[in-house]
Ligand binder design. Structure first.
Ligand SMILES: [Zn+2]
Length: 337
C-alpha cells in the first residue's frame, strides 16, 4: 500500500511541475505581447449596446478652440432649435464655429395669422431673426409640408441634406435624436432620420458622385448633438449658464409660434387688469418677456442644470468622431524586428 501511495504522489508531483513550467512560459509570452485594452464605443458609430452611458459635462471653452469648424443646426420648425439647443449652438459659435440654420418644414401650421400664407411669412421672418440671434451666417429653408413630412420621400430630403453638408463642409450637426422614444410629431422623426443618414453618406465617394463633378468634395460631419422631447440616452450635458441670456434672446424672436415670444408681457397686462403683478416679471413688457422665457418657457434647462450642479443645461445624446485606437497602440507598443 505504501509503495503504491508513493508512486501516486510522484506522478502528481511530475504533473504539477510540467503544468507550472507551461504556465510560466505562457505568462512570459503574454508579458512580451501587450494586448490593447478592450474597447466598446458607447455613443453609437461602430457599436455600444449598453443603456448604461457615462455622462460628460461639457463646459464653456475659451480661446476659440473650434475656429475653422462648421456647425449645422437642423430643425423641422422654427422653434425646435431655439427651445432645445440654442444654448449649445451659441456656445459652439462662441468657441469659433461658423453656424448655419436649416429649417425643414414650411411652418404653415403653427402660430397666429390671418391665413396659411400669412403664418408661413411670419414664421419665415421669425426664423431669419432666430438665425441671426443664434449668430449663424445663413438660414436655409427646405419648405416641406408642415405636419405631413412623413408623406415626402425621405431619400429626396437626404439628397438635399447631403448636398448641403458637403457644400457647407459641416463638421457638427445638431438635430432631433433619430433614436429617441415617444416622439409623436412626424416632422420631428422624419427630419432626424433624414439627417442621420445624410450625415453618414456625405463622406462617401460612392453616393451622389455628380456632386464631385460640380466641384464639391466628400465631407461628413464628425460630431452629432441629438436632442429629444421624449426619453433618450443622454450622455452629454452642456453647461449653458453663460449663454442663457442669449438663448432667451433667440426664443424672444419666435413671436408667431413657440412658447416664448410676447407671452410674458401678455401675462403682465392680464394680471394688471386684475389689480395684481408678479415681481418676477419686472416693470415693463421687455423685462416681462425675457423673465417669462427664462423662468417658465425654459424651466427644463434649470431642472437639467440643477441635476448636475449647474444653473442651466441642455441634454444630448452625443456621438463623437469614430476614431480607431490602432495607430495609437502601434506607436506606443511597436518594437524593432
Ligand atoms: Zn417642432
Amino acid at each position: 500500500m505504501d509503495r503504491q501511495k508513493s508512486m501516486k504522489d510522484g506522478l502528481r508531483r511530475r504533473r504539477f511541475l510540467r503544468a507550472s513550467l507551461l504556465g510560466g512560459a505562457a505568462a512570459q509570452v503574454a508579458a512580451q505581447t501587450r494586448l490593447p485594452p478592450p474597447r466598446e464605443p458607447e455613443s453609437g458609430g461602430t457599436g455600444g449596446v449598453s443603456y448604461q452611458t457615462q455622462v460628460t459635462i461639457e463646459r464653456r471653452r475659451t480661446g476659440k478652440p473650434r475656429q475653422g469648424q462648421v456647425v449645422c443646426a437642423i430643425q423641422p420648425h422654427c422653434d425646435d432649435v431655439p427651445i432645445f439647443a440654442a444654448g449649445t449652438v451659441t456656445k459652439l459659435i462662441d468657441e469659433g464655429c461658423t453656424g448655419y440654420l436649416i429649417t425643414m418644414s414650411d411652418d404653415s401650421m403653427a402660430g397666429g395669422g390671418a391665413s396659411y400664407g400669412d403664418i408661413i411669412l411670419k414664421n419665415e421672418r421669425d426664423t431669419v431673426e432666430v438665425s441671426q440671434r443664434l449668430g449663424c451666417k445663413e438660414a436655409f429653408f427646405l419648405k416641406y409640408p408642415n405636419h405631413s413630412m412623413d408623406i415626402w420621400p425621405i431619400v429626396e430630403m437626404r439628397a438635399r441634406l447631403t448636398f448641403l453638408f458637403r457644400m457647407l463642409k459641416a463638421d457638427i450637426i445638431v438635430v432631433y435624436d433619430p433614436s429617441a422614444l415617444y416622439e409623436r410629431n412626424p416632422d420631428h422623426y422624419v427630419t432626424a432620420r433624414a439627417v442621420e443618414w445624410a450625415a453618414a453618406i456625405a463622406g462617401s465617394h460612392w453616393d451622389y458622385p455628380e456632386h464631385f463633378r460640380a466641384g464639391l468634395e466628400a465631407h461628413a460631419p464628425k460630431e452629432r448633438y441629438y436632442f429629444a422631447r421624449g426619453p433618450q440616452l443622454v450622455n452629454r450635458v452642456v453647461d449653458i449658464t453663460d449663454f442663457i441670456d442669449q438663448k432667451v434672446n433667440v426664443n424672444l424672436a419666435n413671436v408667431t409660434q413657440g412658447p416664448a415670444g410676447n407671452t410674458g408681457s401678455r401675462l403682465r397686462r392680464q394680471l394688471a387688469s386684475q389689480g395684481k403683478r408678479l415681481p418676477l416679471l419686472g416693470n415693463d413688457d421687455e423685462t416681462a418677456n425675457r423673465e417669462y422665457i427664462k423662468y417658465f418657457a425654459l424651466s427644463r434647462d434649470r431642472a437639467r442644470g440643477q441635476a448636475h450642479g449647474l444653473q442651466f443645461a441642455e441634454f444630448f445624446h452625443y456621438i463623437g468622431p469614430d476614431e480607431t485606437d490602432v495607430g495609437d497602440f502601434v506607436e506606443r507598443n511597436a518594437v524593432p524586428l
